[in-house]
Ligand binder design. Structure first.
Ligand code: G6P
Ligand code: MN
Length: 436
């Protein structure tokens, strides 16, 4: 059986890598049609030029279309890979800069920048899910739309029975960096991890080839040798530098690097340039490259002008699809309703834990033991503040939004919470539901 795949957020810079990964895996994941769906016509048609070129260059036999019409995009599709960014990079810039202006962390998924994006993302994502329900109710949605916990929580409430798997590639990025830095093979690992999305800790990394948990020695190496960051861009290198400090300060576990926004918000703000943030870097980098690639393809005489590669981000999603299709029970780190997986955390939290993926979807693997108070306390505050934001979204409640902002651990007090909230309401306009 062959499959049809719709990429929602087709105009994203991640699309070429994902498409190439899909096509390189066609022996295990046969696909005869790829549809790019976006609400941004230019980005989507630019991406079609690039993807069509890559298909031709590699001689793949697959049909491609780009559309802004939900019916055309989703009707009878088998898989929806979602990577939509509601509001695009321009709004990401606002998520990052408005909080910084008030002296607090400005980041796309963490702190109140993440809340700003989350309010937009829940709205856009739920609309997209409704289209999938209308036109392809049996399709699987493999979702990596940020901020993932908020999006997953809103879906859990509005579409409790939907076929969706929520995934983030950051644990893979962390593991790959550890493996590269200290000479391990990640394929040999079975990792135990728990947390919320962009807010969790490794509990153990069992290395099958060594028949032991290597986490203690990895912690030692992170603290004493540091990561090898020569393959990373400057911002990511900085993020992992600070992660080294986090491991040195709290050497019992390996944290997700994103926790630094909550544990060291002061250092993050001091280092940030409020007039040039990550969004600007991406506009000047990744997005420019796309435009240049389109120009080159349109005017090129040779097929060697433009190159993209398959990548681990794409591979992760394709592996998940294969595990679903063939009922393989492969293990992935996924974002799921807790329901006891972390025994001493509220049941209705949306957590990130290892899961088996089979024909029924994601099956969380229980941790079987309680997590320590330090992590539990941090997580409980975060869960509550995220739940309040989702309440604010569904109830259109200003009060709940203010509570969510105030409780967020990157925010020092209610005065600042209110200031930032009020400015974000204004700057987001109709991207947010109207709060009363
Ligand atoms: C990682 C995270 C994603 C995040 C991305 C940002 O992949 O898991 O959730 O969106 O990094 O990368 P960027 O290059 O856009 O700053
Ligand atoms: Mn992520």
């Amino acid at each position: 059986m062959t499959n049809k795949v719709t990429i929602a957020g087709g105009g994203s810079g991640y699309t070429p890598g994902i498409v190439l990964t899909i096509l390189e895996n066609r022996a295990s994941f046969p696909v005869d049609e790829i549809r790019l769906y976006d609400i941004d016509e230019k980005r989507n048609s630019d991406m079609k030029v690039i993807v069509q070129y890559l298909i031709q260059k590699n001689g793949y036999d697959v049909s491609l279309k780009a559309t802004l019409d939900p019916k055309e995009a989703f009707e009878n599709t088998d898989f929806v890979f979602s990577q939509i960014r509601v509001g695009g990079i321009k709004m990401r810039e606002i998520d990052e800069k408005v909080p910084l202006k008030h002296g607090v962390v400005g980041q796309e998924t963490c702190g109140v920048g993440g809340f700003s994006y989350g309010m937009r993302s829940m709205k856009g994502f739920l609309e997209m899910v409704q289209h999938v329900q209308d036109y392809a109710p049996d399709a699987w949605i493999l979702n990596y739309t940020n901020p993932e916990t908020l999006v997953a929580e809103s879906v859990r409430r509005q579409f409790p029975d939907i076929k969706i798997i929520n995934a983030c590639d950051q644990t893979i990025a962390i593991e790959e960096l550890i493996a590269y830095s200290f000479g391990y093979e990640r394929e040999n690992w079975i990792s135990s991890y728990y947390g919320l999305n962009h807010f969790g800790w490794y509990k153990a990394i069992y290395d099958v080839s060594k028949q032991k948990d290597i986490m203690p020695e990895v912690i030692d190496q992170i603290v004493n040798e540091g990561f090898k960051t020569d393959q990373l861009g400057e911002s990511w290198a900085k993020a992992f530098k600070l992660m080294e400090r986090m491991v040195a300060d709290f050497p019992t576990h390996i944290p997700n690097n994103y926790l630094e926004y909550y544990l060291y918000p002061n250092l993050i703000v001091e280092e940030a340039d409020p007039s040039y943030t990550r969004a600007n870097e991406i506009m000047d980098g990744r997005l420019k490259q796309i435009e240049e690639a389109v120009e080159k393809i349109k005017s090129a005489s040779s097929m060697d002008e433009v190159d993209y590669e398959s990548n681990s981000h794409g591979q992760y999603i394709v592996d998940m699809a294969v595990s679903l299709l063939n009922n393989e029970n492969r293990r992935f780190m996924l974002i799921v309703p807790n329901k006891g997986a972390i025994p001493n955390l509220r049941e209705d939290a949306v957590v990130e834990v290892p899961c088996y993926v089979n024909a029924e979807g994601a099956e969380p693997i229980s941790l079987r033991e309680d997590i320590p108070d330090f992590h539990k306390g941090l997580m409980e505050a975060q869960v509550a503040s995220e739940k309040l934001l989702v309440d604010a979204f569904f109830e259109k409640s200003y009060q709940k939004a203010l509570e969510a902002f105030t409780l967020n651990q990157s925010i020092p007090n209610a005065v600042i919470a209110k200031r930032v909230l009020d400015e974000l309401i204004e700057r987001n306009g109709d991207f947010w539901v109207e709060l009363n």
